[in-house]
Write a protein that binds this ligand. Structure first.
Ligand code: GDP
Length: 441
C-alpha cells in the first residue's frame, strides 16, 4: 500500500534531515520534490497544486526556519496537509444510522470495482456491530452477480433478497425495502448493476432507484488501482446521482495512492471505508489521520491494536498470564497465538502497520513460515506439546519427518519457546506483585 509514494516522500525528508538549519531555498527545493512525488503518484494536478501551496506557505513561516528540528516540523506540515486532503475531520466519514430503520445504503460504481465484495464486507461490518442486515441483489443484468451475493450471504449468515423473475431494478429495490421493514432489519445494502463505462441507461436506472427508495447513503465504490480514472468516474457519478461517500477498494494493490489522495478533494465527498484485500475481513473504516501516517510510513498503531482486540478471544489474555505464572508456555500456547495472528490477517499486513516497517518495501516474513511452524507443532504428540523437555533426538526426527521439515527447524522452534519463556520470566519479575497482565500487552 502506497509503497512508491512512501519511498519518495521519505527520500525528501532524509535530505532535509541532513541539514543543520533550513533556508528558504532548501525548503522551496523540498516542496518541489514533494510536488514531483505527488504527481508521480498520479495525484490529481489541482489537488497537488493546492497541497503544495499550503505546505510551502506553512513551511516558509518563521517557525520552521528558526526551529532546531526543522525536518520534524516539515514532516508534520506535510502530514497535516495530507490529513486535510484526505478529509480532515474524521467524524463525517461515519455512517449515520437512520433513527427509523432500516438504514438504506445503495452501492454504486463500475463493473469490477469490487461492489459485490464490498456489499459483503459492509454487511459483515454492520453484523459485527450487532445490526441485522439485508443484502439486496439488484443487478438484473448479470445473474452471476446475484449468485455471488448469495454465496456471500450464506458465508456470513446474512439474508439476501433476490428476484430472478422481475427485470426491473426499481421494483426489486422497493420490494426489498418493504421486506426489510416487515422483517425489522436494521440495515439494507443494495448492490446495484455496474457497467464497464459510464452509460446513460445505467445512470437513469440508478437515479430512479434513488428517487424511489430515498436511500440514506449512496456510496460510490472505487477501484484505487485505476487511479485518476476512478476519480473521474466518481466525479461524474456525484454530479449525476449525488453520492454521499466513497469506498476505496483494492488499496492493497495500490502502490501509488493517486486515487486515495485525490478523490475526496475532487468530489467533495468523504472516503468512508477502504478495502485492503479479497477476504471479507480486509475492510476498514477510513480515518484520515491514520491513513496519512501510513502514507508517510509512520505505521498505524491504532488500527493494529483494534485488529488485535478483534482477534483475541475473550479471556485469552488472562488465561495466558495465569499460565505464565504457574507453568510457563508450551507448544499449545504457541499454536493458539499463531491462530490469533492469522485471524488478524497476513503477517506481512500486520508488520506494515508498525512504524518503520511500511517503508521497507518487500518484507521477508512470509506466511509459509508460519505454516511450517504449525505443521511441526501438529506433528507432536499431546505430551510433547505440553512438555518440550521430553523432545529427544529420535522424537525430533519423527516430528521433522511427519511435518515435512528438518530437525534443525524443530530445534529452532524449541529454542524459540525456551526464549519466550525466559523473556516471560524476566517480565514476571519486573511486574512482581501485579497479578494480572494488561489485555493489550
Ligand atoms: P463488482 O463487479 O463491482 O461487483 O466487483 P466484485 O465484487 O466482483 O470484485 C471484482 C474483483 O475485485 C474480485 O476478484 C474481488 O475479489 C476483487 N476485490 C474486491 N475488493 C478488493 C480489495 O479490496 N482488494 C483486492 N485485492 N481485491 C478486491
Amino acid at each position: 500500500m502506497f509503497a512508491t509514494l512512501n519511498e519518495k516522500l521519505n527520500a525528501v525528508f532524509r535530505k532535509i534531515k541532513g541539514q543543520a538549519r533550513l533556508t528558504e531555498d532548501n525548503i522551496r527545493d523540498a516542496v518541489k520534490q514533494v510536488r514531483l512525488a505527488l504527481l508521480e503518484a498520479d495525484v490529481n494536478y489541482k489537488v497537488v497544486k493546492k497541497f503544495v501551496s499550503a505546505v510551502q506557505e506553512k513551511a516558509l513561516g518563521e517557525e520552521v526556519l528558526k526551529s532546531l528540528t526543522p525536518d520534524q516540523i516539515f514532516i508534520k506540515i506535510v502530514h497535516d496537509e495530507i490529513v486535510e486532503i484526505l478529509g480532515g475531520d474524521e467524524s463525517e466519514a461515519k455512517i449515520k444510522l437512520n433513527p427509523i430503520p432500516p438504514t438504506k445504503i445503495m452501492l454504486v460504481g463500475l463493473q469490477g470495482s469490487g461492489k459485490t465484495t464490498t456489499a459483503g464486507k459492509l454487511a459483515r461490518f454492520f453484523q459485527k456491530n450487532k445490526k441485522d442486515v439485508l443484502l439486496v441483489a439488484d443487478d438484473i443484468y448479470r445473474p452471476a452477480a446475484i449468485d455471488q451475493l448469495e454465496v456471500l450471504g450464506k458465508q456470513l449468515k446474512v439474508d439476501v433478497f433476490a428476484d430472478r423473475e422481475k427485470n426491473d431494478a426499481v421494483t426489486i429495490a422497493n420490494d426489498a425495502v418493504k421486506y426489510a421493514k416487515s422483517a425489522a432489519k436494521d440495515v439494507v445494502i443494495i448492490d446495484t448493476a455496474g457497467r464497464l463505462h459510464i452509460d446513460e441507461n445505467l445512470m437513469n436506472e440508478l437515479i430512479n432507484i434513488k428517487n424511489s427508495i430515498q436511500p440514506d447513503e449512496i456510496l460510490f465504490v472505487a477501484d484505487a488501482m485505476t487511479g485518476q480514472d476512478a476519480v473521474n468516474v466518481a466525479k461524474t457519478f456525484n454530479e449525476m446521482l449525488g453520492i454521499t461517500g466513497v469506498i476505496l477498494t483494492k488499496l492493497d494493490g495500490d502502490a501509488r495512492g493517486g486515487a486515495a489522495l485525490s478523490i475526496r478533494e475532487v468530489t467533495g465527498k468523504p472516503i468512508k471505508f477502504v478495502g485492503t484485500g479479497e477476504k471479507l475481513d480486509a475492510f476498514e473504516q477510513f480515518y484520515p489521520d491514520r491513513m496519512a501516517s501510513r502514507i508517510l510510513g509512520m505505521g498505524d498503531i491504532v488500527t493494529l491494536v483494534e485488529m488485535a482486540q478483534d482477534a483475541i478471544e475473550e479471556g485469552e489474555a488472562e488465561r495466558l498470564a495465569d499460565k505464565i505464572q504457574k507453568k510457563g508456555l508450551d507448544f499449545n500456547d504457541m499454536l493458539q497465538q499463531m491462530k490469533m495472528i492469522k485471524r488478524m490477517g497476513s503477517f506481512e499486513s500486520i508488520l506494515k502497520l508498525l512504524p518503520g516497517f511500511s517503508g521497507m518495501g518487500q518484507i521477508n516474513v512470509d506466511d509459509s513460515q508460519l505454516k511450517r511452524i504449525e505443521a511441526i507443532i501438529n506433528s507432536m504428540t499431546p505430551q510433547e506439546r505440553t512438555n518440550y523437555k521430553i523432545l529427544n533426538a529420535s522424537r525430533k526426527r519423527r516430528i521433522a519427518r511427519g511435518s515435512g521439515t528438518s530437525v534443525a527447524e524443530v530445534n529452532r522452534l524449541v529454542q524459540q519457546l525456551q526464549q519466550m519463556n525466559k523473556m516471560m520470566k524476566r517480565f514476571k519479575k519486573q511486574f512482581a506483585g501485579k497479578n494480572k497482565l494488561d489485555k493489550n500487552m
